[in-house]
Design a protein around this ligand. Sequence first.
Ligand code: PMP
Length: 378
Amino acid sequence: MQIFDVYPLYDIEPVRAREVYLWDKNGVQYLDFYGGHAVISIGHSHPHYVRRLTTQLDHLGFYSNSVQIPLQKELAARLGELSGYNDYQLFFSNSGAEANENALKLASFHNRRKLVIAFAGAFHGRTSATVAVTDNPKIRAPLNENHEVIFLPLNDETALQHAFQRDNICAAIVEGIQGIAGIHLPAPRFLRKLQKLCEQSGALLILDEVQSGYGRSGKFFAHQFADIRPDLITIAKGMGNGFPVAGLLINPKFQASHGLLGTTFGGNHLACAAAVAVLEVIAQEKLIDNSAKMGDYLLSELRWITKGLKEVRGRGLMIGVELDFATETIRKKMLFEHRIFTGSSHNPNTIRLLPPLTLKQEHADRFLESFAAVMRDL
Ligand code: PMP
C-alpha cells in the first residue's frame, strides 16, 4: 500500500529528539525553530512528560468516556488555574479542527443560528464547518460549500460594524494570532469591539487558540493581551507536546446535556497524562515568561537585519519574518546549510518561527547568526 501523497517532504528522517534539537538517521543535529508546526511546547521528549506517559501506559492506556477518568478533572483544574478560566467547562477532542467544529456546533445549538463571521487569512481546520470558515477555497470540497459564512478583513472595525447590522449572526471565529496566514495580530481594540458586537447581537465569540495558545504568545492565551473573555476557546497543538489532544473551553452560560457532544478518543487516559505533564512543566519551568522574554529578544534582534527584510511581526515565540521575496531558498539554506528548521506560511514571503517554549538565549543567538549570514549572502 502507498501513502496518500499530500505532503511535500524534505529528505530528512529524524529518529531522535531532545529539548530544542532533533537528530536524523545519519546523526546530523538540527535546531528546531518550527516545533513540528507549533506543537512542541515543553521541548522534545521532556523527561517528566516521558515518565508521566510511560507510567500511565503501564497502568491503563485507554478506556471510553463511559467511566470515571479522574485525570480529566485533574487536567481541567490545572488548565483552569494556569489559563485564568477556572469557571469554564472543558470538552476534549483530538485535533484543532475537531475543537473548532465542536465550538461552532455548540454556538449554533445555543442560539439556533447559522451565519458565521470569519476573517481574511483565517485557518480553522479541514472538517466541514471549519474548512468553511477557513479562507482558502482550494481546500474546500463542494460538500463543504453549504455553510453560511461572511469573511471580513482583519482589524477593519467599519466592516465589522456593518456586518453586525444583521440580526442572525450565530458566531464570530478568530485566531488569537493568525498563524498560517503568516503571523497577523488582531488589534486588541478590534477584539474588544468584536466581543461587544457579539454580546449585543446574541452572537458567540470563538477564539481559536489552537496555534497561539498554551503560552506561545507570552501569555497563556494570545487574546489575553486584549483583555477579553470569549464564550468559547479552542486549544490543541501545544496542549499535548505531540500527543494528539485538543480541547474546547466553554463559558458557564452553556448548559451541557448527555449526548450533546461526544468523541471516542477525546480525553483518554494517555492524552490526559500527556496534557497534565505539559501543564506541570509549563508552570514549573515558567515557560510562559520564557516565551515572552525570548520572543522579545528575537523580535528586537531580527529588526537589525535590514537587507531584504520587509517586516517582523509576532508575540512571544510566534514570529513572522516577511521578506521582500519568496522565502523558499532562505528556508532551504537554513535547513541544509545551517541545520535549522523554520516554518513556511500561506504568504510565500513569510517565514514562521515557532520554536519550543524552552528556547534559551544560546539557541536564539545561533538562529540569529545563521539567519543574518544567509540574508547577507543573498
Ligand atoms: N486552527 C489553527 C489556528 C491552526 O493553526 C490549525 C492547524 N494548523 C487548526 C486550527 C487545525 O488543527 P488540526 O490540524 O489539529 O486539525
